[in-house]
Design a binder for this molecule. Structure first.
Ligand SMILES: [Zn+2]
Length: 285
């Protein structure tokens, strides 16, 4: 696991075993806040070790940026901490997380010690502010990767923990293309020092504009290509031909995962557009 100090009392962690997923810690004088847990127990335990033994402080709060396994399945390793999320996150973790953990356990013995712990405190609209030492953490909705996404702004440092609404490759299989575009645009206008992506490396101030542009360009290229393929007689053949480079992204992003995420984006968007069309025809009043 990589670890970096981003600012005073603000730390970043990145998995070396699963999809470069990230987590964060903001420490105060009496307790610390963890932003997301990592995918596998040993890495989440290493974060806890660091906080308890290097920062010498207990964890009082965990923020889940969304319900996906790689961000929430470490909740159980912080007994006594209060977990905070969007209300949908709690609902989706209960509905989908519990059965998917059961299935995953059969494949991976390392998950045997994992239990789903549902958030204790949720919010639905607006913002929620948590004060840690001298810093405000402002939680706000950031949807598009998933319907329950939140991002966390460390107000004084202008550091944004973006969750998966910002990634080296926007990923919308469980989300919505328009919503993720809106989230990314908003982040681009926030005057940030750093964007901490849910996966991948930290984006520095001087890199933010081009990262935002590249992600928005990917989204519009993807939309254009999928729409064009949808109009063909056999869309499947054309969908297979939409390659990641034509959408302005590299296939080696995210340790080589990008290419398969892109292919899943193509299929998911095709399906979502088809569903919307069906829904629109029937549902319009
Ligand atoms: Zn993720």
């Amino acid at each position: 696991m990589h670890r970096e100090r981003v600012s005073e009392n603000v730390f970043w962690f990145q998995s070396e075993v699963y999809a470069q997923v990230t987590a964060g810690v903001v420490a105060g004088p009496q307790w610390a806040v963890v932003i997301d847990t990592l995918a596998l127990p040993e890495e989440t335990m290493a974060i806890r070790e660091f906080i308890e033994h290097e920062l010498n402080t207990p964890v009082r709060y965990i923020i889940n940026t969304h319900y996906h396994a790689d961000h929430t399945w470490g909740n159980c390793f912080f007994p006594g901490a209060t977990i905070i999320s969007h209300a949908f996150c709690r609902q989706l973790l209960a509905e989908k997380g519990v059965p998917s953990l059961e299935a995953a356990r059969k494949q991976n013995p390392a998950l045997r010690q994992v239990k789903i712990v549902l958030p204790h405190m949720t919010f639905e609209q607006g913002e929620l502010t948590l004060r840690v030492g001298k810093k405000n953490l402002i939680l706000m909705p950031a949807t598009g990767h998933s319907p329950d996404g939140v991002s966390v702004l460390v107000e004084e440092d202008r550091i944004l923990f973006a969750g998966d609404a910002f990634m080296p490759l926007p990923y919308i299989v469980d989300g919505d293309l328009d919503e993720i575009a809106a989230s990314i645009k908003k982040m681009g206008r926030m005057g940030l020092e750093n964007i901490i992506q849910g996966h991948g490396d930290i984006i520095l101030r001087g890199e933010i504009d081009s990262a935002v542009k590249e992600n928005l360009n990917y989204i519009s290229s993807l939309r254009k290509s999928v729409k064009a393929a949808s109009k063909r007689k056999i869309p499947g053949d054309y969908l297979d031909e939409i390659n990641i480079e034509d959408c302005g992204k590299s296939r080696v992003a995210l340790g080589g995962l990008a290419i398969s995420l892109h292919q899943r984006n193509v299929r998911a968007l095709y399906q979502q557009l088809a569903d919307k069309k069906d829904g629109g025809d029937e549902g319009e009043e």
